[in-house]
Write a protein that binds this ligand. Structure first.
Ligand SMILES: *Cc1c(COP(=O)(O)O)cnc(C)c1O
Length: 420
């Protein structure tokens, strides 16, 4: 007889159990177009919901501060070995709790408070942690953000070079959350070398595309690479830092004890599973499908008179400029949600509108590709988006679309979810 009764979630906490079940239905019945989201496999979910959450293991494999690490050391070593093989890097730290703490550790490894740093400005699709003023990274460092060219909305390398020469940053970030084109890591590295800066490529959004071989890799170009594990890479919520052997010690010290305490071993195990999945041939096909679907969706939207920033996409996302559609981003995103299509409103480059209700929406194809959707489904999606955005207050129409969306979704069940 166990000492304590240990009933299941539905008995202990029916409120949370019910909300999780409703979220399972929502994720199944709606089309997920949020560019940073995905569906993990059942295997990844199992690992991340495992007893490994119970174990403390401050330190690294073979050098821990607590006993009982016989199995945890193997889990973390497997995760590291698989990630190193997947991306072809010398060293990886899989302990960052997420993308933001990973980036914070990079600052700690290379910068002193007050040092000059550079990253893409937030309004152009940079990340908060690349030195934006409301973030700790903008408060504790001298941040000199760069942007996009007004003419074609591509990265303004003339500006990057001019700012770098003027401010001599310690660290330059390249990596974006809303940029639909290939990032030229080599051009960034040339500029970093000209001013003696460390280049950190933040591939949070595109890690799965890099792993799948459909976006150029920053490996051996940027000295340091950070990423989340939960976007196109299709792993658990987590972060990683990859680097050459030369910087390995500095990175490890910065993550622990610099920024964090004990690693989340359940997440580490799920990262190991995701890295194994991403090294299979099917993952290459998956990455290809993400990009093909994004291009198909772009074509569908262009054909219906939508404007896309840069005119299209090379990766998993599109930034739609709604200015000519006479609707702003927030009501458009709300109408789409009511129609069963979930995306987010997003600033466009040089947006005249405020961030809370900007001029665009951002859509991505990582999650629909995980469900196995393809070009035909992207064409239907473009038609639905067009109808919903044209009549955002027609609740009958939005409900009708939501019904059609749910019907389509029934043929493409997402990985990891068994709806009861
Ligand atoms: C998502 C993202 C991050 C941060 O990840 P969190 O896990 O949300 O902390 C960092 N950098 C870029 C470019 C991102 O897109």
């Amino acid at each position: 007889m166990p000492m304590l009764s240990d009933p299941p979630l539905a008995v202990v906490d029916p409120d949370i159990a019910s909300l999780i079940q409703q979220e399972e239905r929502r994720e199944t019945h709606k089309i997920r177009l949020i560019a940073s989201e995905n569906y993990v496999s059942r295997a990844v979910l199992e690992a991340s919901g495992s007893v490994l959450t119970n174990k403390y293991s401050e330190g690294y494999s073979g050098k821990r501060y607590y006993e009982g690490q016989q199995l945890i050391d193997q889990v973390e070593t497997l995760a590291c070995d698989r990630v190193k093989a997947l991306f072809g890097v010398d060293h990886v730290n899989v302990q960052p709790y997420s993308g933001s703490p990973a980036n914070l550790a990079v600052y700690l490894a290379f910068c002193e408070p007050g040092d000059s740093i550079m990253g893409m400005g937030l309004p152009f699709g940079g990340h908060l942690t690349h030195g934006w003023n409301v973030s700790i990274t903008g408060r504790y460092f001298q941040s000199h953000p760069y942007g996009l060219r007004p003419s074609d909305h591509r990265i303004d390398f003339d500006q990057v070079r001019a700012l770098a020469k003027e401010h001599r940053p310690r660290l330059i970030w390249c990596g974006l959350s809303a940029y639909p084109r290939v990032v030229d890591f080599g051009e960034f590295r040339a500029i970093a070398d000209e001013v003696g800066a460390i280049l950190c490529a933040d591939i949070a959004h595109i890690a799965g595309l890099v792993a799948g071989g459909v976006h150029p890799s920053p490996v051996k170009v940027a000295q340091v690479i950070t990423t989340t594990t939960h976007k196109t890479l299709r792993g658990p919520r987590g972060g990683m830092i990859m680097c050459d052997e030369e910087h390995a010690k500095a990175i490890d010290k910065a993550v622990f004890p610099g920024v964090q305490g004990g690693p989340h071993n359940h997440t580490t195990a799920a990262i190991a599973v995701a890295a194994r999945e991403a090294s299979q041939p099917e993952f290459k096909a998956y990455a290809r499908r993400i990009v093909d679907n994004a291009k198909a969706l772009a074509e569908g939207l262009l054909g219906r008179g939508f404007d896309l920033i840069t005119g299209g996409t090379d990766n998993h996302l599109l930034l739609v400029d709604l200015t000519r559609k006479s609707i702003s981003g927030r009501p458009a995103a709300r109408a789409l949600d009511a129609a069963g299509i979930v995306c987010n409103c997003n600033a466009i480059p040089f947006d005249p509108r405020k961030p809370f209700d900007p001029s665009g929406i951002r859509v991505g194809t990582a999650a629909v590709s995980s469900r196995g959707m393809g070009k035909d489904e992207m064409a239907r999606l473009a038609a639905w988006i067009d109808q919903a955005v044209a009549s955002p207050t027609d609740s009958a129409l939005l409900a009708r679309i939501a019904g059609e969306v749910q019907e389509l979704c029934a043929s493409f069940p997402p990985p990891g979810i068994v709806v009861g």
